[in-house]
Design a protein around this ligand. Structure first.
Ligand SMILES: Nc1ncnc2c1ncn2[C@@H]1O[C@H](COP(=O)(O)OP(=O)(O)OP(=O)(O)O)[C@@H](O)[C@H]1O
Length: 250
């Protein structure tokens, strides 16, 4: 296990307001990491910075063995370097089938000789990804008729098909049924066995099931980090995020 992503002293202001304030954070490979924190804590901005959608005012974001500085790379270069992002709302091609969506998303074979010598069966690879995200029985269904949860899984599958080294996932459980949430947890835990997966999530039960290291963001800074039990016992986290029971009752 080694650091794949190293965020050091990053600050990002919008109109003088520090959305990210001297943030340092590192993610290993493989690792599953949850990022929690109150509204406006800077969670989405963090993902925007890593993917190159937003540029920091100061600090560095280094990635991979070569410690490439992501702040000097375009969004397309960052995506090509193996960083995938799943936004909250599913974005799949509704008129295409599950299989077609996954096939379109498949990563191009890295070695051109593979294409010449052993032309990979793209449908078989797409079917294997479908199995990873529990859609193996729905290969020929049009994506538009899938449930909200299934669309989320399809999009996760489309990202996995691109073989990312770092996958950023924004609130995957939002709008899902309890059963769907449980399957999503299992999927992310499995995906994080061979890559880095960073999940933003508000649902604490969901985070608990991930059984992973948790970073609590608050006002653009890392307030606490460790197991969920560890951060939940931190009085500062209780104050700014979890609330005290007597306050909740009030
Ligand atoms: N493009 C932008 N322009 C101006 N302000 C922005 C921009 N992006 C984010 N902000 C501000 O930065 C702060 C952090 O926002 P961010 O969306 O990163 O928080 P968050 O932790 O993801 O919140 P939530 O849980 O509500 O999604 C907020 O005050 C937000 O209004």
């Amino acid at each position: 296990m080694s650091a794949l992503l190293e965020v050091s002293g990053v600050t990002k202001s919008f109109d003088g307001f520090k959305a990210i304030d001297n943030l340092s954070l590192s993610v290993n490979e493989p690792e599953l990491r949850a990022i929690i924190g109150p509204n406006g804590a800077g969670k989405t901005t963090f993902m925007d910075l890593v993917t190159g959608k937003t540029r920091p005012d100061s600090g560095t974001i280094r990635y991979g063995e070569l410690s490439r500085d992501l702040t000097a790379m375009s969004e397309a270069q960052i995506a090509r370097a193996g960083i995938g992002r799943k936004f909250q709302k599913p974005t799949v091609f509704e008129d295409q089938t599950v299989l077609e969506n996954l096939t379109m998303a498949l990563a191009a074979p890295r070695n051109p000789l593979n294409v010449l010598l052993r032309r990979p069966d793209r449908s078989a690879r797409a079917a294997a990804v479908a199995e990873e995200v529990g859609l193996e029985k729905d290969l020929n269904k049009r994506a538009g008729i899938l449930s909200h949860g299934q669309k989320q899984w399809l999009e996760i599958g489309m990202l996995l098909a691109q073989e990312p080294r770092l996958l950023l996932v924004d609130e995957p459980a939002a709008g899902m049924t309890t059963a769907e949430r449980e399957r999503t947890t299992a999927m992310l835990v499995e995906a994080a066995k061979t890559r880095a997966v960073v999940v933003i999530e508000h649902d604490m039960e969901f985070v608990r099931r991930l059984k992973c290291r948790v970073t609590v963001l608050h006002e653009g800074r890392s307030l606490a980090e460790g197991s969920l039990d560890h951060v939940c016992a931190d009085p500062r986290v209780i104050d700014v995020y979890l609330g005290r029971p007597e306050e909740a009752d009030a």
